[in-house]
Design a binder for this molecule. Structure first.
Ligand SMILES: Cc1cc2nc3c(=O)[nH]c(=O)nc-3n(C[C@H](O)[C@H](O)[C@H](O)COP(=O)(O)OP(=O)(O)OC[C@H]3O[C@@H](n4cnc5c(N)ncnc54)[C@H](O)[C@@H]3O)c2cc1C
Length: 329
């Protein structure tokens, strides 16, 4: 195992991740390779009374540590068992590895829209998959957890039998946003379909996926910049990795989302130059919430603005998801 202190060659690489706006500032980084290494790092933190943070990819960095950083990226073994239809992923594994090993057996994991996200961090936060409404949260499929203290060293979880999936996306110019939001809100959504509605500056994107066929004709309410829908390998629906960047964001879970509140969110998010994500829940997601709302800004220092935009739906807020919290405490 390599251990890095400030000033060492490799220290900055080891503490850096997907979030480029902030980094951990640890006294020491333990670049762990196995559970024994994790034990040494945890013991060091305990002996010296230091806080201990874990980083795999840095996608979900919330509050940087000044104590011990356990960097798991070298500890990244993945095994797939086609007989039990399960996978075992070590602490530093990312979804792409599981997707690649499961695919030859007609199996897929409940991974999300970015295949370079860490398996463990994602699953500990619930794990909202591109097939979430059909199969539930990734955390529902966990069979065994290996731990050293609070650090998960490996997870064993069920895979889902699926080859190709029905999936696609539509992009609209933002001038058609109101009509697209109306159509999305009116969608009589079958329980097996998982859609997402996102505003990204000048465009509005709708994505959707299921292992079973469904219809999206009613969403074609305006000219599309892109309109793709068909049967495709799960890996394509699972999303491409993005380059590292600076971002801050948060989410809320809602017990209801009336149309006027949805439009209020859309307008307020646009005024604040933030990206808005709307994820309908229900189906196999047994949360009591109807929607998860995500906000994301490509900059830091927007904590107050995030809450001002969420004010549009404040009466309906019933909680927050642990995932989709970025650079917020
Ligand atoms: C571009 C992007 C797309 C995303 N898409 C989705 C999506 O589709 N669905 C979804 O549900 N989420 C999604 N997320 C959120 C993501 O699941 C969380 O941010 C998650 O925490 C990332 O885990 P990580 O290990 O990659 O990140 P890291 O920043 O390395 O870790 C995040 C946190 O997870 C915990 N953690 C990580 N490893 C361990 C471990 N071994 N033991 C104990 N705790 C650990 C720690 O608290 C750590 O601070 C996305 C995030 C981004 C940035």
């Amino acid at each position: 195992m390599q251990i890095f202190h400030p000033g060492d060659i490799g220290y900055d690489d080891e503490r850096s991740g997907f979030q480029t706006g902030l980094r951990h500032e640890p006294q020491v980084v333990f670049a762990v390779e196995n559970a024994d290494d994790v034990r040494k790092a945890v013991d060091h933190a305990e002996t010296h009374g230091l806080e201990c943070a874990i980083q795999t990819t840095g996608h979900g960095l919330t509050v940087p540590t000044t104590g011990v950083l356990i960097s798991t990226r070298r500890m990244n073994g993945v095994e797939v068992d086609p007989v039990t239809r399960t996978a075992r992923a070590e602490a530093g594994a990312v979804w792409q590895q599981v997707i690649e090993k499961a695919a030859p057996h007609g199996l897929v994991p409940l991974s999300g829209d970015a295949s370079d996200v860490g398996v463990v961090g994602y699953t500990l936060g619930g794990g909202f998959s591109v097939l979430a409404r059909e199969f539930g949260f990734a955390s529902d499929r966990v069979r065994a957890t290996e731990k050293v203290g609070e650090v998960v060293t490996a997870l064993e979880f069920e895979l889902v039998e699926a080859g190709d999936v029905h999936a696609g996306e539509m992009f609209f110019d933002v001038q058609h946003a109101e009509a697209v939001f109306d159509a999305f809100h009116a969608w009589h959504l079958p329980d097996h379909v998982t859609p997402a509605l996102t505003t990204l500056g000048e465009v509005v994107r709708v994505t959707f996926a299921s292992t079973r066929p469904f219809d999206v004709e009613h969403l074609r309410v305006a000219p599309r910049l892109t309109d793709e829908f068909g049967l495709r390998p799960f890996a394509q629906a699972a999303g491409k990795p993005l380059p590292p960047h600076t971002y801050q964001g948060d989410n809320v879970l809602l017990g209801d989302l009336p149309l006027d509140a949805l439009h209020g969110l859309r307008e307020k998010a646009a005024d604040a130059s933030m990206f808005l994500g709307v994820l309908p829940l229900g189906g196999a997601l047994d949360t009591g919430a109807t929607h998860l709302i995500k906000l994301l800004a490509p900059r830091l220092g927007v904590e107050e603005q995030l809450e001002e935009v969420f004010d549009e739906v404040r009466p309906f807020v019933i909680g927050r998801s642990r995932n989709f919290r970025y650079a917020v405490g």
